[in-house]
Design a protein around this ligand. Structure first.
Ligand code: NAD
Length: 358
């Protein structure tokens, strides 16, 4: 073949998903929506009900493990299992690990042995990968890397609003942030977690959520406290930011900045009657993404107040979905497909909207 002919093999990035659960099934859809990447397989640990979705979507189904007995269990339950994890690793360029937190180390070893790039999720520690990712904070730092971690839903939410704020004042100083994370007790599909009738503080102070932001934007000083409450639909952050004295911002200018920020929605709660996370999620269901997802961070306009050097605001996070488009952007960074994070974000979001006919 003449050297000038395009190498078709590398035109579309071949993506595998290890762990087709809450995050994995959403990342699979978001990848499937893009024209520069494709899903070559997803894994399940056993033939449970989630396999039906993979079949319906025509995603090739693999077993999370290489044990023949575990692979055979799929056929016995009526599923066409294409093989074990090693088989999947032999046909992909990059794997998105969506396994439950803390099993990453073992998986990473397998990915490295197979010479496959990998993305982990926020349930793993930064130390596992040595790199973390959000689209707005450090896309460029992740260009071409072999392994990274898309930070948790809470940290992604903090990054969405605090990184543009930091960039607007960075020639004058830095931000000192204290954030209180009011966390959902469990995901809607989870029957094993709680609390169901209590408010449960995280007694490790500060909680890991705030400081985790520094793994993607180390210049922002941040601490956090966290409590879990009996709700399943969203997290809510109550945030106080100390700005440098010469910040030059106003409540109005901060709101305008966030209105122009990708993946941030700013709405007036009093005017729109969106007064709680319940109405925010109803708005999300009206948008019409699958599962009623809200990829954007929701900021209440009338809950933003800049008083002197202190900025106060609330934001709501749809924990199951805000990290989903970030995984797509992370793939583009690692495969060196797109260096400009804003271009990637626009492409990702447009493709997802088109995929769901929005
Ligand atoms: P989940 O339990 O819904 O799904 C995990 C899937 O991985 C399941 O299908 C499970 O069977 C499978 N699995 C189990 N052991 C495995 C292994 N050794 N290798 C591969 N797969 C395995 O969990 P989730 O909520 O999707 O969370 C996945 C990751 O995403 C975690 O790191 C979590 O912290 C992070 N995360 C979760 C949320 C959320 O709200 N659910 C938000 C952001 C990030």
């Amino acid at each position: 073949m003449a050297n000038s002919e395009p190498c078709l093999k590398h035109m579309v990035t071949r993506v595998a998903i290890n762990g087709f659960g809450t995050i994995g099934k959403r990342v699979a859809d978001a990848v499937d929506a893009q024209d520069d990447m494709e899903i070559v397989g997803v894994t399940k640990t056993r033939p449970s009900f989630g396999c039906d979705l993979a079949v319906k979507k025509n995603f090739p189904l693999f077993c999370t493990f290489d044990t023949q007995e575990k692979i055979d269990a799929f056929a016995e339950a009526g599923y066409d299992c294409k093989g074990g994890l090693s088989d999947l690793l032999s046909i992909c360029d990059i794997i998105v690990d969506c396994s439950p937190g803390k099993v990453g180390a073992e998986n990473l070893e397998k990915y490295r042995e197979a010479g496959v790039k990998s993305i982990f999720q926020g349930g793993e520690k930064h130390e596992l990968t040595g790199k973390s990712y959000t689209s707005s904070a450090n896309h460029l730092e992740n260009i071409g890397v072999d392994c990274t971690r898309v930070v948790s839903c809470n940290t992604t939410g903090l990054s969405r609003t605090l990184v543009p704020l930091f960039e607007s004042i960075q020639d004058k100083g830095t931000l000192s942030v204290n954030s209180v994370m009011i966390r959902r007790a469990a995901d809607p599909g989870d029957s094993s977690k709680g609390p169901i009738n209590a408010i449960k503080p995280v007694l490790k102070v500060p909680s890991h959520h705030g400081p985790d932001l520094m793994t993607v934007k180390q210049e922002i000083e941040i601490t956090s406290l966290a409590v879990a409450v009996p709700t399943t639909i969203m997290h809510l952050h109550a945030i106080t930011v100390e700005l440098p004295s010469n910040h030059g911002l106003s409540t109005k200018s901060v709101i305008e900045m966030w209105r122009k920020t990708p993946r941030v929605i700013v709405m007036n709660g009093t005017d729109t009657k969106i007064t709680s996370t319940a109405e925010v999620m109803e708005l999300a269901r009206d948008i019409g993404r699958k599962w009623g997802d809200l990829h954007e961070i929701f900021v209440w306009e009338d809950g933003v107040s800049l008083q002197g050097n202190k900025l106060y605001y609330f934001q709501a996070i749809h924990q199951e979905s805000d990290v989903i488009p970030e995984n797509v952007d992370a793939i583009r960074a690692m495969m060196d497909i797109e260096k400009d994070w804003m271009v990637s974000v626009e492409k990702t979001d447009k493709a997802i909207s088109a995929y769901y006919g929005l």
